[in-house]
Design a binder for this molecule. Sequence first.
Ligand SMILES: [Zn+2]
Length: 118
Amino acid sequence: MTNFVHCRGCGIQIHETALSCPQCGAQQNLAPVSQRVAHVGETAKARDLTDYSQVPFFRKRWFIVCCLLIVTPIAGLLAATGDLYYSQKGEVKIFPKSAKVTFILLSVAWVAFNLLRS
Ligand SMILES: [Zn+2]
C-alpha cells in the first residue's frame, strides 16, 4: 500500500509519509501519519521499519510474551517505555495502546500480588 500526495510547496507527487518534500524541501502535513499511529495493528512503515529483523529483540512479541510469563514487570516496563512490534504477513506492525496498557496493568498487579504475599 503506497499512497502519494501532492507537495504543499511545489505540487509534485511525494510519498504521504514524507515529512518534507525531496524537491523543494517544504514541510508536509504530519497529521495523517500521527493519526495512523493510534490505529490498531498499524504497520510500522511510517517509522522506516519494513523488516521485522530491524526491530530490537526486546521489542518483539515473543520476548514480551516470555516476559509476561516469567518476569512480568519487565514486560510492563518495556510497554511503558516504547513501542512493541510484531510481524504479520511480512509486515511489521505496532502493538495497539490498549495492549500496552494491559501489559503495564498486569505487571503492576503482579508486583502488588508478590508484595502482599511476602
Ligand atoms: Zn515540493
